[in-house]
Design a protein around this ligand. Structure first.
Ligand code: ADP
Ligand code: MG
Length: 327
């Protein structure tokens, strides 16, 4: 089966900022990332702030250009941003991000904004447009009569529902959700995650779900990739990541999220500061914070290799019975 989305060797560099005294080095925000996403599959990306998740999400949609590497959608190379081909493709791939207020126009009603992509792509007008907007609002748990309201008249959770309705308007095949619930109250987060999961299941939409919060991805993702300083350090099915994390960084992340009814006993605390991407540690970038590190971890960069069928991890300490890179 042709993957819906494929990325090979993705790299994104940002030039360092000059300060009065020195110029910080180039930041490799995304560093040699490969991934494939099948139609209808949900892939989560987790990692601390600054690990390159948002940059990767934008690159997957062609919004941020790759310094190196390629993205293909449905077997074809991602067209250049703003080209007519790219604009046409945007109907099939949509972005939902953290701050719904920033993504909405304060001067337009909710209904107008949900209908906008349908008009832009010439998919509906007049009565059909109105009907479609009402149906979309119902799908995301909003009442059609709320369509006459303006963004500031809604709660944060309702605004994110508007964004989701707008993203669904063109019946996309791929949704990239970048911290879609991070700005919402904890009590609302689960509702919005459940909504996304139901929509994803009902419509068979493939999803890249980005979050710094492992708890959030657990309920929605088939597979999870853990990022550290721009690289994937572990990738496995969601069940396996939680039940048997392999990489020491994943173990620390998982141990900080107890299952319901479990205590935080056995929690692995991460040592030291979160890393500065402009000063990537030598060898394995995680080694200064890793309680299991051995001398070679400070020297050699571990490759992301198969550790079991359909699992990969980048750690010198893991056995590599199936050694060899994943295709
Ligand atoms: P995350 O979403 O995981 O927090 P980001 O992708 O936002 O990570 O950022 C990864 C790294 O790239 C960070 O060090 C960030 O400072 C840097 N970065 C992101 N966007 C830009 C930009 N437009 N210009 C310069 N540096 C950037
Ligand atoms: Mg981000």
């Amino acid at each position: 089966m042709t993957p819906l989305l494929k990325a090979e060797g993705l790299v994104r560099c940002y030039e360092g900022q000059k300060t009065l005294f020195k110029k910080s080095g180039t930041v490799r925000a995304v560093d040699r990332i490969d991934l494939t996403l099948k139609p209808g599959e949900t892939l989560g990306f987790v990692g601390e702030s600054g690990s390159g998740k948002s940059t990767l999400g934008r690159m997957l949609l062609g919004i941020d250009p790759a310094t190196e590497g390629h993205v293909s959608f449905d077997g074809k190379p991602m067209p250049q941003m703003y080209s007519p081909e790219w604009r046409a493709l945007r109907a099939q791939m949509q972005l939902v991000f953290q701050d719904p207020l920033a993504a909405l126009d304060r001067r337009l009603t909710i209904a107008d904004q949900i209908g906008e992509p349908l008009e832009i792509h010439g998919l509906a007008k007049g009565y059909a447009l109105k009907e479609r907007v009402s149906a979309l609002m119902e799908q995301v748990g909003l009442r059609p009569e709320q369509g006459a309201r303006y963004p500031h008249e809604l709660s944060g959770g309702q605004r994110q529902r508007v964004i989701i309705a707008r993203a669904l308007a063109t019946s996309p095949r791929l949704l990239v959700c970048d911290e879609p619930v991070s700005a919402l109250d904890v009590s609302i987060q689960a509702q919005v995650v459940n909504l996304l999961r139901d929509l994803q299941e009902d419509h068979g939409i493939a999803m890249v779900f980005i979050s710094h919060d492992l708890k959030v991805v657990r309920n929605i993702c088939d597979r999870v990739a853990v990022m550290y300083l721009g690289r994937i350090v572990e990738e496995a099915s969601s069940d396996e990541i939680f039940a048997y994390p392999q990489h020491p960084y994943t173990k620390a992340l998982v141990s900080s999220v107890p299952l319901p009814g479990q205590s935080l006993q056995g929690r692995i605390l991460l040592k030291g500061e979160p890393p500065n991407p402009a000063h990537r540690p030598s060898g394995c970038a995680f080694h200064p914070r890793c309680s299991a590190a051995i001398p070679s971890c400070a020297i050699d960069v571990p490759a992301l290799e198969n550790t079991a069928p359909k699992r990969r991890a980048a750690c010198h300490l893991l056995n590599k019975p199936l050694s060899g890179k994943v295709a």
